[in-house]
Design a protein around this ligand. Structure first.
Ligand code: SAM
Length: 296
């Protein structure tokens, strides 16, 4: 069923030029228990927490557009509540509507051993020193403790490489490789949304980082990005297909693609999904394999 839908979606997108999302990034709040230096989402003043009903309507909207995978984002998804509803209630609701799989992206500052998402992405921004510099003192140790105790069998980490942490890339990949609770690591680059431009890595350094990631992947490290997709991220000189994911923002705005477009930062985009999508549409086998592994 899932494979048939993926094939149907791909055929329509690739050969009939139909631009419908396959995945939804749904921001359920912008309230957070951290104040990360690179983040443009969390509320610095008044915060928003969507109701269960609003999230339900947004899930239905995305499903009707064609999306079958949903990533619950924030703010911090683990702190979301609406009366007796919690994050697992939203995961159940998404499944009931028909989404094939649910993902949660979290800073792992709270225990999440009961989380029922199909996969969990924990944001890990470097070694202890870099991570704490970006995300706050003590956040690395809390993250490792909660990862060790969560018992989830599909947990991966995501590193966003920036000017403060690029020197700890190799150490971070080795940490993920050696940690028995982590399945894989994905690498992204800082996207310079307004107010965070100082964290943007120049392209020369980015390209060196990409070469190192490719080298480590070829050495067998569990890196989620495909080699083909990473290569596209070097100069960003390709036709973007960011409509593969629709975004529903904390304030309810429904975007047909990443908020980077309206912020005018696509030429300095760091979201490696852009390169991966380009690769999929070019039929690069390593990217298709990586995608199926992710969505399997
Ligand atoms: C906005 S956070 C929200 C979820 C959760 N609180 C967390 O920290 O993972 C979601 C992901 O976006 C990444 N992110 C935030 N700002 C970014 C930026 N400017 N460029 C690239 N990734 C960014 C974070 O590192 C994190 O992995």
């Amino acid at each position: 069923m899932k494979i048939a839908y993926l094939a149907y979606w791909f055929f329509k997108a690739r050969f009939l030029a139909r631009q419908a999302p396959l995945q939804t990034v749904l921001f359920i709040n912008n309230k957070c228990n951290l104040a990360c230096r690179h983040c443009n989402i969390y509320a610095r003043s008044s915060s928003i927490t969507k109701t269960y009903q609003t999230v339900g309507e947004e899930l239905l909207y995305s499903y009707r557009l064609g999306a079958r995978f949903v990533d619950f984002e924030g703010g911090e998804p683990l702190i979301w509540r609406d009366g007796s509803y919690d994050l697992n209630s939203l995961i159940e609701l998404a499944k009931k509507i028909g989404f094939y799989s649910t993902t949660v992206t979290t800073n792992a500052q709270l225990p999440f051993d009961g989380c029922q998402a199909d996969s969990i992405w924990v944001s890990l921004d470097g070694n202890r020193e870099s991570h704490d510099l970006i995300r706050g003192q003590g956040s690395f140790d809390k993250l490792t403790e909660n990862i060790a105790n969560c018992g989830h069998h599909r947990l991966s980490v995501n590193m966003v490489v920036n000017t403060l942490n690029y020197h700890s890339l190799t150490e971070t990949i080795e940490f993920a490789t050696d940690n028995a609770h982590i399945c894989s690591i994905s690498i992204n680059f800082h996207t310079p949304f307004p107010g965070t431009e100082d964290l943007f890595l120049d392209f020369e350094t980015r390209n060196q980082v990409i070469d190192e990631v490719i080298y480590l992947k070829k050495q067998g490290r569990p890196i989620m990005n495909s080699v083909s997709g990473l290569k596209y991220m070097k100069d960003l000189n390709f036709e973007k297909r960011c409509w593969v994911t629709n975004f529903i923002m904390p304030d309810g705005r429904r975007l047909a693609q990443c908020q980077g477009l309206e912020a005018g930062v696509c030429q300095r985009c760091g979201f490696c999904m852009a390169g991966e999508m380009r690769s999929v549409f070019q039929f690069k086998p390593d990217t298709i394999f990586a995608g199926l592994k992710l969505r399997g």
